[in-house]
Design a protein around this ligand. Sequence first.
Ligand code: SF4
Length: 344
Amino acid sequence: MKTLLTNLSPAEMAEALQVKPFQARQLFRWLHQKQIFDIEKMTDLSKELRARLTETCEPAQLSLAHTSESPRSTTKKLLFRLQDGETVESVLIRERERVTVCVSTQVGCAVKCSFCATGLSGYKRNLSAGEIAEQALHLLSGENIEGRHPNIVYMGMGEPFRNYDAVISSVRLLMDKEGMGVGARRITISTAGEAEGIRRFAGEPWQVRLSISLHAANDDLRDELVPLNKRYPLKTLREAVGYYAEVTGRHVTFEWVLLDGVNDGMKDVGEIAGFVEGLDATVNLIPFNPVQGTPYAPPPRGKSESFRNALVARGIKTTLRKEKGQDINAACGQLRRQALSLGA
Ligand code: SF4
């Protein structure tokens, strides 16, 4: 079986490939800094080493299956084919001052949030660290990031804390100075509320950010929207977040997908206020991106703005995201679902 190069840090490469540390760093730089996956193009490696690597290693684990770009090129979505034929999708969002890459951590997802295209497709398997990191490498390859530091968000398909070790290894790969050298504060891990994962994450020695998909702040509604709530109800989740905040002293972000008539009322405002009380937190409101097969719709813009204003009036830091990428099916799992239904 061939060695999968993008799974390995420079030190792991040196050991697995029996090469000198400086050769491992050269190889790592080609993959992670220059995004060159053709071993023959790695011209500072000797001819003999290139021949050996070509025979024994696989430089890339993803191949591009489909690309779609929004008309004004603010959003680009890629569907990748994995070596076993499965597919995952990743999104790049261009804004004036920054570029954000959203990566997937699993093929499908077992959490089955009722509004999510990925949840509807079911769970297949975890991604490896290289399969996760490579999404960012491919998305940023050829992208003009001059003066615009990339942000990486683990918010695509899958529940990151159900693939904890590979996620943490992929973060290390992306942060490696010999590679992309992404700053820890520019990386965000988003969980649907895996309380054990949140507690474990509190022990990681870095400033990587944590985001929690809340979507409802009473157990009845959250059981329905995010079934993981039955395992980790709000009280358990709040205790885990409190522990994380206390241990790390870090800020926490809550994501709230706005569903018209479901979780966008003044009752929800009061429940959010109760949940975040005592935390240094921001609530990100995301108008729902319609998903076929679900009964939900986004609220009218004015209603979303009133909801935001009511939270702000309660002293809660709140942002309201502009809808981006609806035209290219940018909601998590939508492109893959479409491809599956077409047999791609
Ligand atoms: S929203 Fe996230 S956690 Fe929920 S089913 Fe979709 S991918 Fe899984």
